[in-house]
Design a protein around this ligand. Structure first.
Ligand code: B1M
Length: 209
């Protein structure tokens, strides 16, 4: 019987080398790749998400856990055909035009990936037209926008308007330090998440998965 609990613990404590070692040992012992991902890696990250939300873990620790989990997934990924990779939906993520802040956005991306979503991280300074082109290319279920500046948050509205003008049906969600639920409602977003763990919950709710 594979020791998923030990792997959970290594992810929770952000011990990347240990995660790699335990993941490789499980692969060599013939444990199913999907079980390693779901019961070992993602289950550990779920605990991290809950602790982060409750204020029991902080950003640097969460980043270490997310990096450890990603290292484990990298080992298992080649063993799984793309179609079998568990995915709860595709999310396009980016920091809006004129804004270079990406620490929080990347954290959101990692938490979404650990929550089972496929994330396409477009990066920073993403103009509405770039979001639109990426939507047409990747056909995501959700577009998640981040803004940290009161000046750039207005580009979220421009992006949502452009998407609506084009008649594209995709859920748009927003977040970042200056963003509030009121602002999200005002610009016609489908949701707002104050932090990375809530972003996962919001996407699960919006897609009903
Ligand atoms: Co700048 N910066 N910064 N900055 N910076 C802030 C945001 C600021 C509040 C600092 C201050 O004055 N007190 C201020 C904004 C003021 C305002 O607009 N009201 C500010 C400013 C003014 C600027 C510059 C203009 C400074 C200058 O050059 N004069 C400049 C702008 C550059 C630009 O973007 N064009 C600038 C530059 C920078 C650095 C490059 C130096 C650096 C960014 C490095 C990087 O990201 N790679 C930086 C940093 C680090 C900060 C602070 C100190 C920290 C931001 C951060 O990473 N927090 C910030 C002050 C602060 O917030 N305390 C500040 C940690 C991160 C985990 O939290 O990003 O909030 P956060 O993400 C959270 C949630 O907001 C949420 O989940 C995350 C995790 O829980 N979330 C989402 C975020 N995105 C989401 C998307 C979602 C859902 C949730 O999708 C649905």
């Amino acid at each position: 019987m594979a020791n998923f609990e030990a792997l959970n613990q290594s992810v929770i404590s952000g011990k990347e080398a240990q995660v790699k070692e335990q993941t490789k040992a499980m692969v060599e012992a013939g444990v199913s790749p999907l079980e390693i991902i779901n019961l070992g890696l993602i289950a550990g990250m779920n605990v991290v998400g809950a602790r982060f939300k409750n204020g029991d873990m902080f950003v640097p620790e969460v980043l270490m856990s997310a990096k450890s989990m990603a290292a484990g997934i990298e080992i298992v990924k080649p063993l799984i055909a793309d179609k079998d990779m568990p995915s709860k939906g595709k999310i396009l993520l980016g920091t809006v035009k004129g804004d270079l802040h990406d620490i929080g956005k990347n954290l959101v991306g990692m938490m979404l990936e650990s929550g089972g979503f496929k994330v396409i991280n477009l990066g920073i300074d993403i103009a509405p037209e770039k979001f639109l082109a990426a939507i047409k290319e990747h056909n995501p279920e959700i577009v998640a926008m981040s803004a940290l500046l009161t000046t750039t948050m207005l580009h979220m509205k421009d992006t949502i308007e452009l998407i609506k003008e084009e008649g594209i049906k995709v859920k748009c969600i927003v977040g970042g330090a200056p963003i509030s639920q009121d602002f999200a409602d005002e610009i016609g977003a489908d949701g707002f998440a104050p932090d990375a763990a809530s972003a996962v919950e919001l996407c699960l709710k919006l897609l009903q998965v």
